[in-house]
Design a protein around this ligand. Structure first.
Ligand SMILES: [Zn+2]
Length: 415
């Protein structure tokens, strides 16, 4: 299968120069090339060069796109989502509009517990159907790789049901999907008086099963007051590491209780949220390869402080942007929207936001050797936009500017 995208008005390569991610000032260098061709064969980018210099002969059935009025970017890598769930929480949204906080709503049985109840009550088949529709919509908005977490089961059966559904979707859907086990997302009500027993269940029953059945690549923990303490998070993550899973942590979202330091110490692939990261946390991340994943949509939606992404980038810490798409704290998955919020509320430049949503997002999933930039040898996940200039993407927010979605060299058609 061959595809030639010719006369591309502006190609934003986000070329990493062989490195898995960009830091500091490098994040502003997107490797933009004007009037260029990209040749793809069998889903892999084989050649990038100026229009007119393409010398290979094409097969008769090759696809050819004239992109003379289009801007090409790598498909977005959304490295933090909870996209598999049942039910919705617009009632809580209305309560928040009347002044209640996320924590107050959770204390009244809303929050994660309400999504847990509906996800437990929904079949795997139905969960897949709901999620597949969301994945279609994410792709239409330019996302070609997504991480999805479990964590709305909080019992062995439902956690496994979620991870099996995610695994089956990874096989059946065009989206590249990275599965994460998040059994320690919250303490289920059955264990409210006996949290130790739940941590034990996660460590000695759920994690070994997940690892044995190869149901997840990553293990994540919500390290936060009222959820899992630093010591409990350490126990769960060390167990996961011993079983061969890579680590992610929800850290410093409402309080800095040491999760960021733990992430650095354990060599976590990413540390996510960081709205309340302190100087000590920034120091712990300096010089490490742990990706700081910031989630602009959550702060926007909950009216919470933003993670200090500007300071993190200035400290040469690799920063990625993700949506955290979930029914409670961010019911949105548009990565261009996340970029707009990052630029307007977190003082990122459009270039930094693009790098954070592509190459650095891929690095947060350990996938940047094959995804996240438009380079020879990488998978051809390319989005064409009907815009005059790449900076227009985060600037013209609230609308979908995608013209064409190319996944592994295939032009996708959506019904
Ligand atoms: Zn999350």
């Amino acid at each position: 299968m061959q595809l030639l995208i010719e006369n591309i008005r502006e190609l934003v390569t986000v070329n990493g120069g062989g490195r898995p991610f960009k830091t500091g000032k490098e994040m502003r260098d997107l490797g933009v090339i004007k009037d260029v061709c990209v040749f793809v064969e069998d889903g892999i980018i084989r050649w990038i060069g100026s229009t007119g210099a393409f010398g290979l002969s094409l097969n008769r059935d090759a696809d050819v796109i004239d992109a003379s009025s289009l801007v090409a970017l790598p498909g977005f890598v959304d490295s933090h989502t909870h996209a598999l769930f049942a039910g919705s929480r617009e009632r809580e949204f209305a309560m928040r509009a009347e002044g209640k906080t996320y924590q107050e709503i959770a204390a009244e049985g809303g929050g994660i517990a309400s999504t847990v109840a509906s996800t437990r009550a929904t079949s795997k088949k139905e969960l897949k159907k709901l999620t597949s529709k969301r994945l279609d919509s994410m792709m239409k908005h330019g996302t070609t790789t997504v991480e999805i977490k479990s964590g709305y089961g909080l019992d062995p059966d439902t956690e496994v049901k979620m991870l099996e559904a995610i695994k089956e979707l990874a096989d059946e859907h065009f989206m590249t999907i990275a599965p994460t086990f998040l059994g320690a997302h919250a303490v289920p009500s059955e264990y409210a008086q006996n949290k130790d027993a739940y941590v034990e269940l996660v460590c000695e029953h759920m994690l070994p099963y997940v690892a044995r059945k190869n149901l997840a690549r990553f293990c994540d923990v919500f390290c936060e007051q009222g959820y899992f303490t630093l010591e409990e998070s350490r126990r769960i993550l060390e167990r996961a590491k011993s079983l061969g899973l890579q680590l992610k942590i929800h850290a410093d979202e409402f309080n800095a209780i040491g999760g960021t330091r733990l992430a650095a110490e354990l060599g976590a692939l990413s540390v996510d949220h960081l709205e309340h990261i302190q100087a000590e946390g920034i120091k712990a991340l300096r010089g490490r390869e742990t990706i700081a994943v910031v989630l602009p949509g959550v702060s926007f939606f909950l009216r919470n402080p933003y993670a200090p992404a500007r300071a993190l980038i200035d400290a040469e810490i690799p920063v990625a942007i993700a949506s955290d798409f979930n029914p409670g704290s961010c019911m949105a998955f548009s990565m261009p929207l996340m970029m707009t919020i990052a630029c307007t509320q977190m003082s990122l430049t459009p270039e930094e936001a693009i790098c954070a949503a592509t190459l650095n997002g891929a690095a947060a999933l350990g996938l940047s050797s094959i995804l996240g930039s438009i380079e020879v040898g990488k998978q051809a996940d390319i989005i064409l936009y009907d815009i005059p200039d790449y900076r227009y993407l985060a600037y013209h927010f609230g609308t979908n500017l995608v013209a064409t979605v190319i996944k592994k060299g295939t032009i996708l058609e959506f019904s």
